[in-house]
Design a protein around this ligand. Structure first.
Ligand SMILES: [Fe+2]
Length: 272
């Protein structure tokens, strides 16, 4: 199994972590020494090894945060907003509840998150979807296959089935931790275009389904470079990240005691 990362070290466009309106992003960031194949899974599921340590690479400090493209951007919102969301959780999770009422609440909450983001200089435009995701305590993966309902481990999203060469400009996702525990965002800091370059894979093959192509790219990279570090960002309650999940291998994980609760908002984000 190949473990050299010589060519990866020359990668030119890594995703970096930056913070808006909160402290040094290095404090929230850890790295490990790679991934393992989860033998309990029925599909090919890679998870990060639990060998976290402080990163050697510098992260982008708040005063330098400008572009949200090619970055994982951290921010924090008022704790009372998140508490209000938690109060409404029974309504959101009631399977026999009214879908219209649930959708209205999520949309209204999204408007309030937009306003709170605006107050820290981040503008949300073209918001497409507001949703809630809940996972049991101790979850080691939050990405789900919507057909099998299984956690997929590290993956690349495919909402728009975009060509691999266009992934960098894909719609972004804001995920706000509305639970009581710290949750984690895990990612490989190389964009899809860079993965394809490293693996000598075509950036787009019109013969192939793009979701399948992306999944194959992810599996090939993690199989070829299992020791490539995963970056972990810690998100205490009320913290959020914005990134482009159709452009990077990523996943989430929750705390061990409380359920993992996240509010998600797909849209276009920029700094004012
Ligand atoms: Fe995802």
């Amino acid at each position: 199994m190949a473990t050299t990362i010589g060519s990866v070290d020359s990668a030119s466009h890594r995703y970096m972590v930056q913070a808006v309106g909160v402290g040094d992003p290095s404090c929230a960031t850890m790295v490990n020494d790679g991934v393992y194949l989860d033998r309990d899974a029925r599909t090919v599921r890679y998870l990060p090894r639990e060998s976290w340590s402080e990163p050697k690479r510098p992260q982008i400090r708040p005063s330098e945060a400008m572009s949200l493209e090619g970055r994982v951007t951290l921010a924090a919102l008022d704790a009372s907003l998140v508490s209000e969301f938690r109060v409404k959780l029974p309504l959101l999770l009631d399977a026999s509840g009214d879908d219209g009422v649930r959708a209205d609440f999520l949309q209204q909450f999204g408007k309030r998150v937009e306003a709170a983001l605006g107050a820290i200089g981040m503008i949300a435009e073209s918001v497409r979807v507001c949703n809630v995701a809940v996972n049991p305590p101790g979850t080691r993966s939050t990405g789900k296959d919507f057909v099998t309902h299984e956690y997929v481990g590290l993956h690349i999203d495919n909402h728009d089935r975009l060509p691999l060469a266009s992934r960098r400009t894909a719609i972004q996702l804001m995920t706000l931790n509305c639970g009581r525990s710290t949750r984690y965002f895990h990612f490989i800091d190389l964009p899809v275009e860079e993965l394809a370059k490293i693996l000598h894979s075509p950036l787009d093959d019109p013969q192939e389904d793009r979701a399948t192509a992306c999944d194959a790219l992810k599996n090939k990279f993690l199989e070829s470079y299992p020791d490539y570090p995963v970056t972990r960002v810690a998100l205490p309650p009320g913290s959020l990240y914005v990134t482009t999940p159709q452009d990077i291998i990523h996943d989430g994980a929750g705390g061990d005691v409380d359920a993992d609760v996240a509010f998600l908002m797909l849209g276009r984000y920029r700094m004012s």
